[in-house]
Design a protein around this ligand. Structure first.
Ligand SMILES: [Cu+2]
Length: 164
């Protein structure tokens, strides 16, 4: 009996403590109003999941084209029946591209590659087209060496192309 009282006090104290600690929790009960947003989140994620797929598909195509050529693209233009460059350098042994801008309205030009010099044997010939237009030629791999490039229409339009 003598020990029962202290025990009861301890139990009572514990009960009070429990009540005290529980009270704060209840006062914050209104917080559940925050739960609605989470339910909205799923909708947002649903929309977000839809957005990523277009973005991903958008990246894939753009990455594809740029990655496919992947190699060398050299630029050259023609204006006033003359090339803007007299020397071109490309990697040997691998296909490359020539982005040719014909800036002469109504005048046909092209770029052709000849063995050794512009008057050497033709190695490759780009399509002739009228300006103003820009076309990108796909050129097959060239063996290392020196070539001449020339406009098939205008023999005076020439330059040197080096593959190495
Ligand atoms: Cu020409």
């Amino acid at each position: 009996m003598r020990f029962a009282r202290p025990l009861a006090l301890v139990v009572a104290a514990a009960a009070l403590a429990a009540c005290a600690s529980a009270a704060p929790g209840w006062t914050y009960a209104p917080a559940p109003s925050v739960t609605p947003p989470p339910s909205v989140a799923p909708d947002a994620s649903g929309g977000a999941s839809a957005a990523p797929s277009p973005a991903a598909s958008g990246e894939a195509p753009s990455a594809g084209p740029s990655a496919a050529p992947g190699g060398t693209v050299i630029d050259i233009s023609a204006q006033g029946i003359a090339y803007d460059k007299s020397e071109l350098s490309v990697p040997a042994g691998q296909p490359f591209q020539i982005r040719f801008a014909n800036n002469d309205a109504g005048i046909p030009h092209n770029v052709a590659i000849h063995e050794g010099s512009p008057t050497g044997a033709e190695v490759w010939k780009g399509e002739v087209f009228n300006g103003v237009e820009t076309r990108t030629y796909d050129v097959p791999a060239l063996a290392a060496g020196t070539y001449g490039f020339v406009c098939t229409v205008h023999a005076n339009m020439t330059g040197t192309l080096t593959a190495n």
